[in-house]
Design a protein around this ligand. Structure first.
Ligand SMILES: Cc1cc2nc3c(=O)[nH]c(=O)nc-3n(C[C@H](O)[C@H](O)[C@H](O)COP(=O)(O)O)c2cc1C
Length: 437
């Protein structure tokens, strides 16, 4: 028994100290302006979270290439930064580091998961499109080697801007089917050059990116990676691949490895229930019982790393479950995302003993037909719409907090779906108009 609990501080390998074991998981905010610059809405939202007790806050994914976004409202850091952007980022960092809170910028490239509203031709390791209905993503083209090298430099450049504007760490997003995760995944990476094939080659983009970021920010600045414990797809990035990559990252010198799983085709990062069929490694039943989806996978990864603390994100809702994970050393940091869209001070409430369990909002979302047919209805369309409605619901709560309002927990899934889609269309239109001007 380690005696570690949610209130224990943690010293990272680089020497930085997290004041407790809570980290807010990255959540895309959609709060950038039409030129993909940070705004005062980011500062308002992150100030609220920094007042809520978390030891560390991860930003939503900030993009290193404005052509390939995860959604139109992403912040982009590339090329010369305007004074407006630099002061908005500095205000964002100032608010998010209140109360001795760490604020780390998550850096990403959306790769083939760039929506069609952003580009009809995304990029990927190989020209293999996302297998999802509805034409939401265009067929990608394969990146050239020069482009891959440029992407590595872009990550390093954006990390430098994060550091210079007052963020206290960075995270490289290598999970959830975005570009770096696509390179790791043999189903998407079918390259025959040194960037594809063996695991060592598939991991080259990640490893070179981490090295370039470290060279840019120095030894004392926290660097994290978010990695899938597995893609949970037959023939995808497997759990044994993930354990090996974790050990390489550990040797390279990382400050925190965040463990997640899945991608758009297999979205287990949000829930391991209801997605049965195509796992190479079925989500283990004991993991389900232990509330955190990837804890058992993280335990395997913990054995492969010597120095790197592990953050585990996905499903944690009870103080008991969190303390158990910390005590057993299967996790060093507890990642929490969705509950903080509603209860921004949940970590403080939990540390004060006022709350022992977060509400599972995800259990409450049901569009009409799904309610009638049951949550595991075989009708994929409704399952898909339900998931979109839920995602929209959370995203709209973030926008409300960014606007200085309280979350609206009475919002129906249907209303959220409609509003969210309208919001995204409007943002895409404004962004494209600003780019054309
Ligand atoms: C609205 C929303 C936006 C998200 N955006 C991101 C993101 O930008 N980057 C990322 O790595 N994960 C993102 N995630 C996933 C979360 O970080 C987290 O892995 C997932 O929600 C599971 O944790 P939870 O059960 O505590 O919510 C997002 C999740 C939600 C609900």
């Amino acid at each position: 028994m380690s005696g570690t609990n949610i209130s224990s501080p943690l010293t990272l390998p680089c020497g930085a100290v997290l004041k407790n074991r809570f980290a807010k998981g990255a959540m895309t905010e959609g709060l950038a302006d039409a030129r993909n610059q940070a705004t005062e809405r980011h500062a308002r939202l992150y100030g609220r979270w920094a007042d809520g007790g978390s030891g560390m806050l991860l930003t939503g994914n900030v993009q290193v290439d404005g052509r390939y976004l995860e959604r139109p409202g992403n912040v982009v850091i590339e090329g010369p930064q305007s004074n407006e952007q630099l002061s908005a980022l500095a205000a964002f960092a100032k608010a998010g580091t209140r109360n001795n809170t760490h604020l780390w910028m998550q850096l990403s490239h959306a790769g083939r998961q760039t929506p069609a509203a952003v580009t009809s031709e995304p990029v990927a390791p190989s020209a293999i499109e996302v297998k999802m209905p509805g034409g939401q993503f265009g067929k990608p083209r394969a990146l050239t080697v020069e482009e891959i090298k440029d992407i590595i430099e872009r990550f390093a450049f954006a990390a430098g801007v994060a550091k210079d504007t007052g963020f206290t760490g960075v995270q490289v997003h290598a999970a959830h089917g975005y570009l770096i995760s696509e390179f790791l995944n043999p189903l998407v990476n079918q390259r025959i050059d040194e960037w594809g094939g063996s695991l060592e080659n598939r991991a080259r983009l990640l490893m070179e990116t981490v090295k370039a970021v470290r060279d840019k920010v120095g030894a004392e600045f926290p660097i994290s990676v978010k990695l899938n414990s597995s893609d949970f797809q037959k023939g995808g990035f497997s759990h044994s691949d993930s354990i090996k990559v974790a050990s390489w990252l550990d040797e390279a010198g990382l400050d925190l490895l965040e463990v997640s799983g899945g991608n758009y085709e297999q979205p287990v990062m949000m829930d391991t229930e209801g997605f049965e069929p195509v796992y190479e490694e079925k989500v283990r039943s004991s993991t389900r019982k232990r509330e955190a989806y990837f804890l058992e996978y993280a335990a395997d990864m913990a054995k492969a790393v010597k120095n790197t603390p592990l953050m585990v994100t996905g499903g944690f809702r009870t103080v008991e479950g969190m303390n158990e994970a910390l005590e057993s050393n299967d996790a060093d940091v507890i990642g929490i995302a969705r509950p903080l869209c509603v209860e921004s001070d949940l970590p403080q409430q939990m540390m004060d003993g006022k709350v022992t369990e977060a509400k599972k909002w995800e259990k409450t979302f049901r569009l009409g037909p799904t309610r009638i047919l049951g949550p595991n209805s075989p009708i994929d369309l409704f399952r898909g719409l339900n998931a979109w409605g839920a995602q929209g619901w959370y995203c709209l709560q973030l926008i409300r907090m960014g606007d200085g309002q309280d979350p609206d927990t009475g919002m129906s899934t249907f209303k959220a779906l409609r509003r969210y889609m309208g919001n995204e269309q409007k943002a895409a239109k404004a962004m494209n108009a600003a780019r054309a001007a």
